[in-house]
Design a protein around this ligand. Sequence first.
Ligand code: SF4
Length: 349
Amino acid sequence: MMNSKVFEGTSSPEIGRFVWDVTYACPLRCLHCYSESGRRASRALGHDDAMRVVEVMINKKPQRVSFSGSEPLIVPWWGEAARRLKGAGIHVTLHASGWLMTEEIANELAESVSAVVVSIDGATEATHDTVRGREGSFRKAMNALDILARVKKGRSERGQSCYHLGVDFTVTRRARGETGEFVRELSGKFPVLDHLRLGAAIPCGLAEEEEFAGELLTETELSELADSAAHLTALSQNGVQVNVTDVRLFRPDSPLSVEGDTHAHLEPDGQLRAFATYEAKVGSVLDEPIDVLWARALEWRNDPFVREQRSSIRDTADWARVGRTLDRRYGSKDDLIRISRRSSRASCQ
Ligand code: SF4
């Protein structure tokens, strides 16, 4: 079923959430990386321009801002940016690989963000390190959780507020047999965790390339993962909440994918993407008013070619095909050069 709501311009949704990839620098090289961080120039802004972007977001009064898609802790001004946003009443989430975590950073996070999410893509070191493309990343992620949990527990005992602490598991075919062990182990080891979230890899960025297709869950496996929510919840210890996201709900043929209408996705240098998962850009918030850019993004989403492509999606393979088509049609010159090298990066051993 085509979801005609997604790109129809009868009303202009307001921005409910900004996702800002604050840098494309990253110590890891994940097989499924949507932003290809670590494989391109970081494009991170200096302090003053970064604070201008923060002001743009604050003025739009979104409910949420997420620092994502890279390793946000690499930029020196992340704490100030997060504090300003949170101080304006915005829920701020920071997604981290765990590679750079220290006690000092965890304490700074406690003061500056609403939620911290660490990515762990398997229950075992072998699986996680393969998916994440760097040996030692599982141990680093577990060490980061150890630090974050200790700081959270200490602050709770002293009556201080702290971040909501979660773990995201991007489920690939090689890791799908480890979901139970993941829930049992993580919830047992870190009782202060607030949630464990499991969702299949989405075919965008490197994961939309044909070389990655063998790692994307089949339709049957997607159903099995969605149906395992009750079983996984039963395995959880210490009251840790388990959320299983059925990523098919984000697909354009789902009536619920309309949620993406209100997401504004910023690249590190302030360029607004026309849509979160595609390489099309509509201009920089440092050069033009956000309202002008947002209107342009909505217009792009209503472009007949984009609509035709998106309305042709019926399954994951279609979803990946459309991503490849739109990225190659609307990506910048630099994007196209990078995309032409993707096949060697998305291959799965
Ligand atoms: S998925 Fe995240 S942690 Fe992995 S390479 Fe991309 S930005 Fe880095």
